[in-house]
Design a protein around this ligand. Sequence first.
Ligand code: HSE
Length: 439
Amino acid sequence: MNAIKVGLIGLGTVGAGTFHVLQRNQAEIRGRAGRGIEIAMVAARNPERAKAFQAIVGDGVPCVGDPQQLVANPDIDIVVELIGGIEPARSLVLQAIANGKHVVTANKALLALHGTEIFEAAREKGVVVAFEAAVAGGIPIIKALREGLTANRIEWIAGIINGTTNFILSEMRGKGLDFATVLKEAQRLGYAESDPTFDIEGVDAAHKLTLMSAIAFGVPVQFDKAHVEGISSLQATDIKYAEQLGYRIKLLGITRRRPGGIELRVHPTLIPSSRLIANVEGAMNAVVVQADAVGTTLYYGKGAGAEPTASAVVADLVDVTRLATADPDHRVPHLAFQPDAISDTPILPMAEVHTAFYLRLVVADQPGVLSRITTILAEHDISIDAVLQRESAEGERQTDLIILTHDTVEGRMNEALAKMQGLPTVLAPIVRIRKEELA
Ligand code: HSE
């Protein structure tokens, strides 16, 4: 059988990695796919990269500046989109689909925002849109959720799905440094982008979580309903206190099935130090999945980088190659569930989310202060798990009061926090970080 022909849009880190992995492992890949997978055309905006690529591959593989030329090329069977961002990626992917081409993409933002439109277009045209590389880089979590765990009713997923923020949090904890200092160091080392907003504000993690949630629970991709909170206001003091209480703070993406709907949230979270996922350090990613039949499973690995991400892109290329000749109705559905089985279960607003809390209050060190605070919590039916009082770095006649609560409803906690903040003996904005036992 002739080799399947691939058009590669984007010759950045992942594009180059994909090319190298395909070249290096071509014999094994052919053995697995049943036919060769050949890069037949490349589109790159950067002329220097294009020139360097051409120097390696020679004239056999045309490298064009205009990706339209590639998606219009009738010889191309699969378009690999590795440029990221919304436009022109969205238009190129839709055009490729309209031209009857399968698509492999690592573009989490595109699918989290426009997945419904793209998957529908692909279904109508009978082509595949594969996106293993969009979530947690080299970890085959999409394959695991969509196929490996297909017997299960998934209960929740919790993931460290952004390496940049995990690196920053690991450094803050390990070296006792503040966020701004570690961010600068991360940028110097190349772990953080010069504009790190998407990573540090939790947006990148929320894109990935949105995709996992849709696959796990059979709902449409709904990024606009996700709660997104990053780590930029996290203080070293809270990482230290969390540690003293037996917890680590991680930026977690959490999606959980509840009786009234689905939780979909990214925020800094205290988790017990004894959990395996609490010990995932540096730029590594990890995802825990709780499901009814298998129980807890954990997936760990590199969430970014040239070859780890290429590993996922090439796995998708092999999948698409195997499935290219299969009846579209018998392929694995894009979001795991058949289109007529996608449910309209709502995403819950944050006020209805169930979670526990870490609170840090800077309070006047005088009689009755603690009792007024615990009274407010009791009045809101919020149960205390642990209390710690420590000398405040802020001044002598005040103290840091750290309270861990049991699970409650977030809306109730918001009301209690507003009341506590109004006390004259509470001297600074209360720090509130959610806490999950992941049991
Ligand atoms: N910027 C991401 C991270 C990798 O830091 O994990 C690509 O999503």
